[in-house]
Design a protein around this ligand. Structure first.
Ligand code: CP
Ligand code: NVA
Length: 306
């Protein structure tokens, strides 16, 4: 079963194949209206369930549009409206949904729920974000980087702020795509050692740096994310800890002159990043958002291929 659960659980060659396919599929539909079908219809006669236990704009819309462009149909489900939100087990939900649909995407809280769903589903499952990782986002980010700056292999990425779910998937990607990653954030919010160890085990350099300006030296890409993720409760403490890691023009000036800026969005302008960076010439945030669509189409194709 081709589940897409995490970047470190999928082979590097297969990940590379998905990025290349995403780029080709994006290119092939240049100039078409958003609702026009792709020339190839790999999801024809397929139904995809999109389950959300947390809010979403990009993941919800990009998956839905992507399925339609590839000829399939979607069911967008909120767990609050399902029996899942009222005591039915995730295992039984997996078994039942597998009788109705061909593919399941879920955005949830605990990673265990995703793993339990995948264990009991007889159709592929895609991770649309958990408290621990966000692999679809980073596939879109790799695509975005390479469109602007060519191969990401050997480049320096600097993650600023919280060592959260998006940072974790960046660390997985560092290992699988072969780029170095510097984490610039407070000790209290370091990424879990397991993620750092995975990247290092693949031979890439991972540095932990408390001084944001020092961290950003020589960066090809600077990345920020919200200081308070959807599952976090300690907002005030996080704001205090993370203030020194705000990405502003002064910080960007320490990176390479052509360094890109990325943010998975939604952003809190004036907190983790300033308007001048968000809207500045180095920012590729809306390309990233668009590329969720193209990257996930390639992921869905891969899921259904075997
Ligand atoms: N970046 C991202 O996953 O956005 P949404 O929460 O809007 O889906
Ligand atoms: N780290 C953020 C990402 C949102 C797409 C969160 O989990 O809320």
């Amino acid at each position: 079963m081709n589940h897409f659960l995490d970047i470190h659980k999928t082979g590097a060659a297969e990940l590379r194949g998905m990025i290349d396919q995403a780029r080709a599929m994006k290119e092939a539909r240049k100039g078409l209206p958003k609702g026009a079908p792709d020339a190839e219809q790999p999801l024809k006669d397929h139904i995809v369930a999109l389950i959300f236990e947390k809010p979403s704009t990009r993941t919800r819309v990009s998956f839905d549009v992507g399925v339609r462009q590839m000829g399939g149909q979607t069911l967008v489900l909120s767990s609050a409206d399902m029996q899942l939100g009222h005591g039915e087990t995730i295992a039984d939900t997996a078994r039942v949904l597998s009788r109705y649909v061909d593919l399941i995407m879920i955005r949830t809280f605990e990673e265990e729920k995703l793993l339990e769903l995948a264990k009991h589903a007889t159709v592929p499952v895609i991770n649309g974000l958990t408290d621990r990782t966000h692999p679809c986002q980073i596939m879109a980010d790799i695509l975005t980087f390479e469109e602007h700056h060519g191969p990401i292999k050997g480049k320096k990425v600097v993650w600023t702020g919280d060592g959260n779910n998006v940072a974790a998937s960046f660390l997985h990607a560092a290992g699988q795509f072969g780029f170095d990653l510097t984490f610039a954030g407070p000790e209290q919010l370091d990424p879990e050692p397991e993620f750092v160890e995975f990247a290092r085990s693949k031979g890439v350099k991972v540095e932990i740096e408390r001084d944001a300006a020092k961290a950003v030296e020589g960066a090809d890409l600077v990345v920020a994310d919200t200081w308070v993720s959807m599952h976090d409760k300690d907002a005030a403490a996080r704001h205090n800890l993370l203030q020194p890691y705000q990405v502003n023009a002064e910080l960007m000036a320490h990176a390479k002159p052509d360094a890109l800026f990325m943010h998975c969005l939604p952003a809190h302008r004036g907190e983790e990043v300033t308007d001048e960076v968000m809207d500045g010439p180095q920012s590729v945030i809306f390309d990233e958002a668009e590329n969720r669509l193209h990257a996930q189409k390639a992921i869905m194709r891969w899921c259904l291929e075997k």
